[in-house]
Design a protein around this ligand. Structure first.
Ligand code: ATP
Ligand code: MG
Length: 633
């Protein structure tokens, strides 16, 4: 940890106002703010009080002066073969058309617009148009089941829904509009209008007269639309985004406008070291927080071109992302460990095939980055790899290196240090006292949370306080619900979620530690460990592993031999106390649509209980495999 980093972080906490006042100069204010922070009602923080701002103005309009003809949005679909670049001028025109269409459907300041879209340019137009007119978007990841969508509709109560006939995934059309119709039948408070971007992918798309309207038709009526930005007070909500639902009922994370704009602008410099005029490629989806912050707003606020990619990382082949980096001179790629593990099963030669000289570094987030995966991608790319840690709630990184401030050596498996603005503590679960170096604690933040973080749970202020600020009696601190540890050098490591801890005969073990140990075995590609009830020991770990080469476990004897070997690896690294009761080999782990392993459901099945809500599940095959493995099929 270098002195520049330390000084930067220290100042962000000790001279909070001065620090953030400086960062706020990175964005355009329609009317300057008075107070930097209003913290009269903890834990509710209001940033840049009295300032008037518009996200869309900052992302688009303000760049017209210097970058009118520069690329703003690079749309690439390897599913349909389309590729189209929009300059800032073109993006400005498209956003105004979409804004005019939304207004014609009755959307105004404070109204919600629910966006259920595949990765197409129109999805970004819709998001930008919504905030342009002071409305609030709620993007729901395309492909969520109808019931999940209905729950979110009833919570956000949108005036209009924007969707498409279909998306495409791995060469197949995935109907969206069908699913929207089903969700609207289930919803208690369906919106009056559904705006459809018809891509011509679903010939049987149903239409409901009076409710459904066609975007192309309406756009044609508003080609020359001039829709000025509605400037809003800094704390006006920009959007609602529901958490992934890995651990329970999704929470409607509400974000402000001014704080978010400033946080993103600052992060583009200090965290990502990304410069205006360059190209940024986040491989996520607009349905997730990474998509909001780093496909849409961050790069555009920073005057960059952003890549909007529809497709998988391995079609037409595993070189596609790196071809995009070469073709569009991408300087920063932001992806997730789950995607890198997909690449890891492919030939690494694909990563060497293209000219990556424009690429400065790769950032990863979303789940623990295991050491073998980190090493593999670092070697394959020959570029610095940064793991960083954050949540839907925080909107941007909580633990990260700051290459834009001072480069530092990374440690495999560590997302490095607290980001500026976050007063991070590791607290003992029981006493709430700070733990020492190399001791496990809950990752917590002393409020106020910095700009960009959630301001409340949509419509439920009480739930915001209850959920996030009451874990430690006697002190109001924000809990991340993740375990962490800090080593002697100040590097943090995330050990898993607080509900992912196993108690084996009185010993508390993080599932992540056991997963790391199992991953160290050369045959293992991916693994999930859960705790299952055990009469003798209270709980025992049980592992579900995916092997790199299924041919090596073709026979029951081979499986038994590998299971033994894996157990031996765990014994060697963590001791026999952590040895799993069983290591089941399956072809695929059950994951959410965002690529997170559904440990909660795996655990339920392993204990013979109902797996619960599976609506965020990506592919039911994984769950079936767990069921079969447990029942010995
Ligand atoms: P829900 O809160 O609804 O259960 P979720 O926590 O999966 O869903 P997200 O906000 O998308 O929803 O995920 C944030 C979580 O992802 C973090 O709390 C942490 O558990 C995990 N995570 C994110 N980045 C990292 C990282 N770099 N290393 C380890 N874990 C990470
Ligand atoms: Mg969470």
């Amino acid at each position: 940890m270098g002195t520049k980093y330390q000084e930067f972080h220290r100042r962000s906490i000790e001279d909070r106002d001065g620090f953030w006042r400086e960062q706020a100069a990175l964005v355009d204010w329609h009317k300057p703010f008075g107070q930097v922070l209003d913290y009269a009602k903890p834990p509710f923080a209001k940033w840049f009080v009295g300032g008037e701002i518009n996200l869309c103005h900052n992302a688009v309009d303000r760049h017209l002066k210097d970058r009118a003809g520069q690329p703003a949005l690079i749309y690439i679909s390897t599913e349909t073969g389309e590729e189209k670049t929009y300059t800032y001028t073109e993006l400005h025109a498209e956003v105004q058309r979409m804004a005019a269409v939304l207004q014609s459907l009755g959307v105004g300041r404070g109204d919600r617009v629910l966006i259920y879209m595949p990765m197409i340019a129109e999805a970004l137009f819709a998001m930008l148009a919504t905030v342009r007119i002071g409305a609030i978007h709620s993007v729901v990841f395309g492909g969520f089941a109808a019931s999940s969508l209905a729950t979110r509709i009833d919570d956000a109560q949108p005036k209009v829904m924007v969707t498409a006939d279909a998306g495409m995934r791995a060469g197949r059309a995935v109907p969206y509009k069908h699913l929207v119709d089903e969700s609207l039948r289930l919803a208690a408070t369906p919106p009056q209008k559904v705006l459809i971007v018809n891509r011509g992918l679903d010939k049987d798309m149903p239409r409901v007269a009076g409710r459904d309207v066609d975007y192309a038709e309406l756009r044609a009526q508003h080609l020359d639309a001039q829709v000025p930005c509605t400037f809003v007070e800094s704390s006006h909500p920009s959007y609602i985004l529901y958490t992934s639902g890995t651990t329970g009922k999704p929470k409607g994370v509400q974000r402000d406008t001014g704080g978010y704009a400033v946080a993103l602008a600052a992060s583009m410099r200090h965290v990502y070291q990304a410069n205006p005029g360059e190209t940024y490629f986040a491989t996520s989806d607009i349905g997730w927080v990474v998509g909001h912050s780093y496909i849409v707003y961050g790069p555009l606020i920073n005057g960059m071109a952003t890549v909007v990619y529809e497709g998988t990382p391995i079609r037409p082949d595993a070189g596609i992302w790196w071809k995009i980096v070469q073709d569009h001179k991408v300087s920063v790629v932001f992806s997730a460990p789950t995607a890198i593990r997909v690449l890891k099963k492919q030939d690494p030669a694909f990563l060497k095939k293209y000219d990556l000289s424009s690429l400065r570094h790769l950032f990863l987030a979303g789940e623990p980055l295991d050491e073998p995966t980190a090493k593999w991608i670092a070697e394959a790319l020959g570029k610095p790899i940064y793991d960083h840690y954050w949540q839907t709630e925080t909107g941007w990184a909580l633990l990260t290196g700051l290459p834009g401030i001072e480069p530092h050596p990374t440690k495999f498996g560590s997302p490095s240090f607290p980001a500026y603005g976050y007063d991070v503590r590791l607290l003992h679960e029981g006493t709430g006292q700070e733990v020492g170096a190399d001791e496990k604690g809950v990752v917590a933040v002393v409020p106020p949370l910095p700009p960009g973080c959630m301001t409340t749970v949509w419509g439920q202020d009480e739930r915001f306080v209850q959920t996030y600020f009451t874990s430690f009696p006697g002190q109001q601190v924000y809990t991340t619900f993740d375990w962490g540890i800090r080593d002697q050098d100040g590097y943090y490591f995330i050990l898993g979620r607080t509900d992912d801890v196993i108690n084996v005969a009185g010993h508390r073990l993080g599932t992540r530690e056991i997963e790391e140990a199992i991953s160290a075995h050369a045959a293992i590609a991916e693994v999930a460990v859960v705790g299952v009830a055990d009469q003798l020991k209270g709980q025992m770990p049980m592992a579900f592993a995916v092997v790199k080469d299924p041919a090596k476990i073709a026979t029951p004897e081979q499986r038994a031999a590998l299971e033994k070997e894996v157990m031996g690896t765990v014994d060697g690294l963590l001791g026999p106390i952590a040895r799993p009761k069983n290591v089941h080999f399956i072809n695929q782990l059950p994951k959410t649509r965002s690529g997170k392993v559904l440990r909660r459901s795996i655990q339920a099945i392993a204990e013979g209980r109902d797996p619960g809500d599976l609506t965020t599940l990506d592919d039911p095959v994984g769950i079936q495999m767990v069921k079969d493995a447990v029942s010995g099929k």
